[in-house]
Design a protein around this ligand. Structure first.
Ligand SMILES: C[S@@+](CC[C@H](N)C(=O)[O-])C[C@H]1O[C@@H](n2cnc3c(N)ncnc32)[C@H](O)[C@@H]1O
Length: 245
């Protein structure tokens, strides 16, 4: 992970690829990459810096430190705009100098293929002794709780929650808080990627009941969509209006 956001490592050949995972493979380790917008680098860079501050400041104040990532991705990314390849959040943390100060790291993603790729990257770095990747869907709060309980107890935890949309229910965040108890939480809120693009249609479109449920679970509150103004803006629920929305 370069400290200077403009200093990238590997160039990949074809800038036209814009898929979530693959078919582009890393020139460094031959494993598939996650395709992202270049803005994602800011997130990775700031996480990397915060991780250094967190570990150095907290290492002597706690019996141990854990790192947790929910929505980990496969570990390395490629920019769809420029085809430059960089570490994703997981590899940035695993290769950080301060990772020595972490006792256990747990990476979770709901996609089996993504988890398999990250497991291979963890093995290539020979970090399998203290880092692991597990399939976990954040909507399965009992599964999430069980995995979090498997971490060493009594530690301070740094938790990154990095979803692509507003699909993570507040109930899952409560499970993290109540299970780990001592945790710094960094949560990506996809306000522009999701809410900014879709919220207006979720309010007005009759066919957007699932989206309304998602946002209500995200906030753990459906009063927003039940507000009389918003109800009055909603189109009549006819087949034609549902198709249009
Ligand atoms: C924004 S990407 C993660 C990027 C990664 N943290 C990085 O910066 O390198 C979001 C990830 O969330 C995963 N995901 C989507 N829905 C999920 C769910 N319900 N539970 C857990 N992970 C989920 C996707 O498979 C994807 O890998």
């Amino acid at each position: 992970m370069p400290e200077d956001p403009s200093a990238f490592e590997t160039k990949v050949d074809d800038p036209r690829m814009a898929l979530s995972i693959g078919p582009l493979s890393s020139k460094r380790d031959g494993l598939p990459l996650r395709c992202v917008g270049k803005w994602a680098y800011d997130k990775i860079f700031h996480l990397y810096q915060y991780f250094g501050i967190f570990t150095n400041d907290m290492k002597s104040k706690w019996s141990g430190l854990n790192y947790v990532e929910i929505c980990s991705g496969p570990g390395r990314c490629v920019f769809k705009e420029t085809a430059e390849e960089v570490d994703g959040t997981a590899l940035a943390i695993l290769q950080h100098n301060a990772f020595d100060m972490v006792g256990a790291a747990l990476f979770m993603d709901n996609d089996q293929n993504t988890v398999d790729i990250l497991r291979k990257r963890i093995d290539l770095l020979e970090l399998g002794g203290k880092a692991r990747a597990e399939v976990s869907d954040y909507t399965d709060t009992s599964g999430l709780r069980a995995l979090l309980r498997s971490l060493p107890a009594g530690c301070l935890n740094l938790v990154l929650v990095d979803p692509t949309d507003c699909g993570i229910p507040l109930a899952a965040i409560r499970v993290i808080r109540d299970t780990l108890r001592r945790a710094d939480l960094i949560i990506t809120v996809a306000d522009k990627m999701d809410a900014g693009r879709n919220l207006a249609r979720a309010i007005t479109g009759p066919g957007f009941a699932a989206a309304r449920d998602k946002y209500s679970a995200f906030l753990d509150d459906n009063s927003f969509f039940e507000h009389p103004d918003h109800l009055s803006w909603r189109q009549p629920d006819t087949e034609q209006s549902r198709r249009a929305s």
